[in-house]
Design a protein around this ligand. Structure first.
Ligand SMILES: Nc1nc2c(ncn2[C@@H]2O[C@H](COP(=O)(O)OP(=O)(O)OP(=O)(O)O)[C@@H](O)[C@H]2O)c(=O)[nH]1
Length: 309
C-alpha cells in the first residue's frame, strides 16, 4: 500500500484502507516463494497479531514450516500464470474457527505474482450444518428403533436381515431365525394393566440382550412378537438357545416386573438351507413353527425342518 501508482491520490489510498480495515473478513497477501506476509488487514491483525517480518504459516497457523494443505500450487499454472480463484473451507488451527477462503494469484504493486486470500468466518454455518446432520442421524436411528424397548424395530430387522442372510449364504455358515411370541399376552394386559404389559416387553428385550451373542440380531416386530437372527447357529443349536430363552423368560419375568406369575412364550425356528429363497420365506417358516408351538400347548419351541446334528 506504500507504493502509490501514478494518478492515485492519498485520499483514494486512505479510502481503500478504510474499506479493507472495516471488512468483516481476513484479507492478506503473501509471497509465493518466501511466504512473507506482505499485507494483512485489521481483521487479520486483530485475530492473528502483527504479521511484520513473519511468514504466513507462522502468523496464521502457528506452524514451523509451510502448511501441508497449502494451495499455492492451485493458483498458478505450470507457466506461472494466474489461474481461477480457489475457493475452499477449512478450520484454522490457531483459533479453531471455520473459514471459507477465496485465494487467487494477483500481480502485486511491484509486478510480482503473489497470493491474495479473502477469508470469511463460517463457523456458525458449519455448526448449524453439524446440528442438522446430528439431528438427521438421530432421526434415522430413531426410525429404526422400537420406542418401548429400544431394540431394533421391524424396519431395522428387514434391513439388517437381508444383509445377514446374504452374508451367511456367501460364507456357507449356518444361521437360524427364531420367532418369539408371548403367550396369552392379552390376559396379562387385561389382568395387570397395559403398563405391566409394557414392563414385560421391556424385560423380554433385556433377556434377549443378555442371553444372545453380539453377532446375533434381535428385534421387536410389533406387539408381543420378537424375532432373532442367530449367527453360526444350526437348527439344533437354535433349539437349545430357544429353550434357554424360554427358561430365562419364565424365571426372570416375575423377578423383573410387577407380575406375580411367570411369562411364557412360544418359539418357532427355521434355518437357512440351499433352497431358502429369502428372508420372508425364513420368517414364514419360523412363523408356521411358532404356531405349531402354540398349538402344542405354548411355552415351547418348534422347528420347521427336522434337526440335523
Ligand atoms: N402392553 C402392551 N401390550 C401390547 C403392545 N402391543 C400389543 N399388545 C397387546 O398384545 C396382545 C396380543 O394379544 P393376542 O394377539 O390375542 O395374543 P396373546 O394374548 O398373546 O395370545 P397367544 O399369542 O395366542 O398366546 C393384545 O392384547 C395387544 O393389545 C404393547 O406395546 N404394549
Amino acid at each position: 500500500m506504500q507504493d502509490l501508482k501514478s494518478g492515485e491520490s492519498m485520499s483514494e489510498v486512505s479510502a481503500l484502507r478504510t474499506v479493507l480495515d472495516n471488512l468483516d473478513a481476513l484479507v492478506y497477501v503473501s509471497d509465493f516463494d518466501t511466504f512473507d506476509v506482505l499485507y494483512m488487514n485489521a481483521y487479520g491483525r486483530r485475530v492473528w497479531g502483527e504479521p511484520a517480518g513473519r511468514k504466513c504459516w507462522e502468523v496464521l497457523q502457528g506452524g514451523d514450516g509451510p502448511c501441508a494443505f497449502c494451495n499455492n500450487y492451485r493458483l498458478r499454472d505450470e507457466a506461472g500464470n494466474p489461474l481461477e480463484p480457489d475457493v475452499w473451507e477449512f478450520r484454522n488451527s490457531l483459533d479453531g474457527r471455520w473459514y471459507q477462503c477465496r485465494d487467487q494469484a494477483i500481480y502485486w504493486t511491484d509486478g510480482r505474482l503473489v497470493r491474495l486470500e479473502v477469508a470469511t468466518d463460517i463457523t456458525r454455518r458449519k455448526e448449524m450444518e453439524q446440528e442438522l446432520e446430528d439431528a438427521h442421524q438421530r432421526a434415522e436411528a430413531q426410525a429404526r428403533r422400537d420406542e418401548l424397548t429400544g431394540m431394533p424395530n421391524r424396519r431395522a430387522f428387514f434391513e439388517l436381515g437381508d444383509k445377514f442372510l446374504a452374508q451367511f449364504r456367501r460364507n456357507g455358515n449356518p444361521m437360524s431365525l427364531m420367532m418369539i411370541d408371548l403367550d396369552h399376552f392379552k390376559q396379562i394386559n387385561d389382568e395387570y394393566g397395559h403398563k405391566a404389559g409394557d414392563e414385560v416387553l421391556r424385560s423380554v428385550a433385556g433377556i434377549l440382550e443378555r442371553e444372545l451373542r453380539a453377532a446375533d440380531v434381535a428385534a421387536r416386530l410389533g406387539g408381543e412378537e420378537f424375532v432373532v437372527l442367530l449367527a453360526d447357529t444350526d437348527a439344533g443349536q437354535a433349539m437349545r438357545c430357544a429353550e434357554r430363552l424360554l427358561r430365562a423368560l419364565e424365571e426372570e419375568s416375575t423377578r423383573d416386573t410387577s407380575l406375580a406369575v411367570g411369562v411364557t412364550a412360544s418359539c418357532g425356528i427355521a434355518s437357512l438351507s440351499d433352497s431358502t429363497e429369502d428372508l420372508f420365506e425364513l420368517l414364514r417358516h419360523a412363523d408356521h413353527a411358532m404356531y405349531r408351538a402354540k398349538a402344542k400347548g405354548r411355552n415351547c419351541a418348534e422347528i420347521l425342518a427336522p434337526i440335523q446334528t
